[in-house]
Write a protein that binds this ligand. Structure first.
Ligand SMILES: *Cc1c(COP(=O)(O)O)cnc(C)c1O
Length: 395
């Protein structure tokens, strides 16, 4: 069985139109890295770019770099670089703060925009941080926070619904939800939607503008490969920007920060999502990391992601004993680029896999997650990962 899987992997790698991209990343020899959904791999040119920011821009030009290296405007400049990957026209994306902080800013702003409605529907399967933030936003604003499974959204929406907080991809199961139909259903009752696209940015050709999304947030250190703790992005559709009243009114979001006025006046456009001084080192590492996306066709990325995850599921089904390992990710196309496998003692298994050079992660209580980043994950990696899991389970 393994030999026919080996043949399939070799054939798929040989004709993979993205195979050449792997050379642009520094992945240690012998390592099978299946965790690009948690921390994207390092692009080979990024260390030199970061070195330049530190040595020359900071070390030599010092404070002048806020102007000469355009540090101050970097959050929107890098936002505009990300925009094509999100299906957003320029001027609607800013890179600043963490995903969690941006969820807070956008939820409060959306609730203010939707007043006098006060119901906040929150994906019951959400990544916990988003849910924690939503609960606090509820206490702070008086909104009633109602958990709803994404499949039940249509029935839960009403004319009292102010805002929906939705995850595009379920971080546990890898299930991908239909952004267009969920957004349309919310809009049909006059509700607004905040989408968290942390697990679909860098995976699908997102179409935020075309779908008419109101607000979106996402992490940049996962599939986008921006580096550990790289600042997150916020998308605010242009139609909302003049009215957006986001709650963290720091000077970064002011119309003229350097006027040092005693009275806050919000910047006209997407800049009003900003709060304080940008984290330049992380932001410019992300800026450099985005170079690899310049020449990438997202349709090829998506096609390879579906093929890789499908192939890995085939490997799991053929090589792993079904009584010990159950694939919970859907076989349909409604999945992101991760495969989750239910196994006993997932935590221990993940540690033992790492000792054998296979990096995956796990989520409690029993889900092993393997992520497939089409720019640097090969079909051979998928097979090797499944083989080593099978070896350890049979020991
Ligand atoms: C990764 C992830 C986050 C992470 O939030 P941080 O503030 O960057 O720690 C939030 N939401 C979702 C859906 C995620 O997948």
């Amino acid at each position: 069985m393994t030999s026919s899987l080996e043949q399939r992997a070799a054939e798929a790698d040989a004709i993979d139109p993205l195979a050449h991209m792997r050379r642009r990343f520094l992945i240690p020899d012998g390592l099978t890295y299946l965790d690009g959904n948690s921390l994207g791999a390092l692009a080979a040119h990024v260390p030199a770019a970061v070195q330049d920011v530190v040595r020359r821009q900071w070390g030599e030009h010092l404070i002048g770099s806020w102007q000469t290296s355009s540090w101050w405007s970097a959050p929107t400049r890098v936002g505009d670089r990300l925009a094509p990957l999100l299906g957003a026209a320029p001027g609607q994306v800013v890179v600043a703060d963490s995903t969690s902080v941006n969820v807070f800013k956008l939820l409060v702003a959306a609730l203010r925009a939707a007043a006098p409605r006060t119901e906040l529907l929150v994906d019951a399967t959400t990544f916990p941080s988003d849910g924690y933030v939503a609960q606090s936003v509820g206490r702070m604003t008086g909104a009633s926070v109602v958990p709803v499974h994404p499949d039940d959204l249509a029935g839960a929406l009403s004319r009292g619904t102010a805002v929906v907080l939705a995850n595009h991809v379920d971080y546990r199961t890898g299930r991908l939800y239909d952004m267009a139909s969920h957004t349309a259903a919310a809009h049909a009752v006059g509700a607004l939607v905040v989408w968290d696209v942390s697990h679909s940015a860098g995976v699908l050709a997102l179409k935020l503008d075309r779908i008419g999304v109101d607000f979106a947030v996402g992490a940049t250190y996962k599939f986008l490969g921006g580096g550990p703790g790289a600042p997150a992005f916020s998308y605010v559709a242009s139609r909302w920007q003049p009215r957006l009243d986001q709650p963290l009114t720091g000077w970064g979001g002011a119309a003229d920060p350097f006027a040092m006025s005693g009275q806050f006046e919000a910047a006209a456009g997407i800049d009003r999502m900003r709060v304080g001084t940008p984290d330049i080192l992380s932001l410019l590492a992300l800026d450099a990391a985005l170079d690899v996306w310049d020449d990438v066709d997202m349709a090829q990325v998506r096609a390879k992601g579906l093929a890789l995850t499908g192939f890995f599921m085939d490997c799991v089904r053929e090589l792993l004993p079904p009584e010990l390992a159950e694939v919970v990710t859907t076989r349909g196309d409604d999945r992101g680029h991760q495969v989750s496998v239910r196994v006993a003692a997932a935590a221990t298994l993940v540690g033992r896999l790492a000792e054998r050079g296979v990096v995956v992660d796990w989520r409690p209580p029993d889900l092993l997650r393997a992520g497939f980043a089409p720019l640097y994950t090969s079909y051979g990696d998928a097979l090797r990962g499944a083989q080593v899991i099978a070896d350890l389970l049979s020991e």
